[in-house]
Design a protein around this ligand. Structure first.
Ligand code: SF4
Length: 423
């Protein structure tokens, strides 16, 4: 239980134990170990370094008690909304829809960051900091320790911390694989290669460079620095993302070494969350080149699941050309067959595939995808298909939403909308 600091009317609960496990749950769960402060109708949660990570509240200051704000590792805010609860799960695999600050929302007209209750909540966090500064002498030693950490993480300090994170990685993480929603995007990134092999014309998250694999000693130094950066809060993470956009193309040996180094140095087995996962992207060619030795090595990694996500975008030649994707339809088909084969094997390895949706694509693109996914053959035991809407090419989001749900209802693969999230 926390105490009340009489003159400032807040309650602080250091080292709360929240929900164990990061899989999406159907209630607004607080995750892992954190410090909680209740003040003026708001609930603030801070990680074990004192960084604010979640804000929610009660009437009247916060009109939607089922919604909350979460801060990302790179200091952006995401508003999670529990309204339209029913079809959001069918569509995304999440119970709460994430609206990212400053990012186009493809699903509806809602703009939560323009709403007064969100603006006021963010201001309230800054006001809380001033209040805590006055109260730090009046609380117990344990509470004072937690407060001192929080006071160090001012908005400016958090911003600088995010820049420091990028400096350590020597790269940004413009996009995470869609399955990262299964660990609430709580992944520790390790860059094994910058850029990607394809540089597709349609892509809005490409780095614009070719593939530049990192040497193993660079990767190991990076992991050690990152471990220090996370400090005590590392215990709240159970998963690793090997970046950037095409890690498997940097070679299976590099991937296996990086995944093992991350497991060991980051002490993933000591996380307070079960089911550690490894995530990475792959180009089509790198997936096709996986031989039995490589597959066994991936399946022997200590993670519960090894997720490889491949963007093949379309099975239709004309659509691939239009997208500027350097892939033939035949290679795309081969890739799908390979993914199916791997997903029918036992072991942690799991392949997911991305396809795009857009108004300007030839009708055959969607027809072909529908015919393929709705074949009356057994689907994969694992793996998922994600549909990624093309930015600026969806005139009627509602219609796309229905189209995806109709396809999902008949698809032999699990199917969801790809919510593009970076770190
Ligand atoms: S392979 Fe993926 S990340 Fe790379 S350019 Fe194409 S769509 Fe973008």
């Amino acid at each position: 239980m926390g105490n009340r600091a009489s003159s400032h009317e807040f309650k602080i609960f250091p080292l709360c134990k929240g929900h164990r496990g990061l899989e999406p749950v159907s209630f607004p769960a607080s995750l892992g170990l954190y410090t909680k402060i209740q003040w003026q109708g708001y609930n603030f949660e801070f990680d074990l370094n004192g960084c604010v990570q979640k804000i929610s509240g009660e009437h009247p200051v916060w009109p939607y008690p089922e919604d909350w704000l979460a801060r990302t590792q790179t200091d952006r805010w995401i508003y999670y909304s529990g309204r339209s609860y029913e079809d959001i799960f069918a569509l995304t695999g999440l119970y709460y829809y994430p609206y990212t600050q400053g990012q186009e929302n493809l699903l509806d007209q809602d703009r939560p960051f323009e709403q007064p209750h969100v603006r006021k909540a963010l201001k309230a966090w800054e006001r809380l900091m001033a209040c805590l500064e006055k109260a730090v002498m009046e609380v117990s030693e344990k509470e004072a320790q937690a407060i001192k950490k929080i006071l160090r993480m001012t908005p400016r300090a958090l911003n600088l911390r995010a820049l420091e994170f990028q400096r350590l990685l020597k790269a940004t993480i413009p996009v995470l694989p869609p399955e990262c929603h299964r660990v609430a995007y709580r992944v520790v990134p390790v860059v094994v290669a910058e850029g990607c092999t394809s540089n597709c014309r349609f892509c809005c998250i490409k780095t614009g460079t070719g593939l530049a694999p990192r040497p193993l000693d660079d990767i190991s130094t990076q992991i050690k620095h990152i471990k220090n950066y996370y400090g005590p809060d590392l215990v709240n993470f159970n998963s690793v993302f090997l970046g950037q956009n095409d890690a498997l193309s940097a070679g299976i040996d590099r991937v296996i070494s990086a995944a093992r180094m991350a497991w060991e140095y980051l002490e993933i087995s000591r996380s307070c969350h079960p089911c550690p996962r490894l995530f990475l992207f792959s180009g089509a060619e790198a997936l096709l080149s996986l031989d039995p030795v490589a597959i066994s090595a991936l399946n022997a990694l200590p993670y519960s699941n090894v997720h490889i996500n491949v963007g093949i975008e379309s099975l239709d030649e004309a659509a691939l050309k239009l997208l500027g994707k350097p892939l033939t339809a035949q290679t795309a088909w081969n890739c799908m067959e390979k993914a199916l084969e791997l997903n029918r094997m036992p072991g942690p390895l799991e392949i997911s595939l991305n396809f795009v949706a857009g108004d300007s694509l030839p009708e055959n693109h969607w027809d072909l995808l529908t015919r393929t996914l709705c074949k009356n053959t057994p689907g994969p035991y694992k793996g998922t298909v994600y549909i990624s809407p093309l930015r600026g090419d969806i005139k009627e989001p509602k219609k796309l939403r229905q189209r995806i749900l109709q396809l999902k209802a008949r698809s032999s693969w699990p199917l969801f909308l790809y919510l593009i999230q970076g770190l």
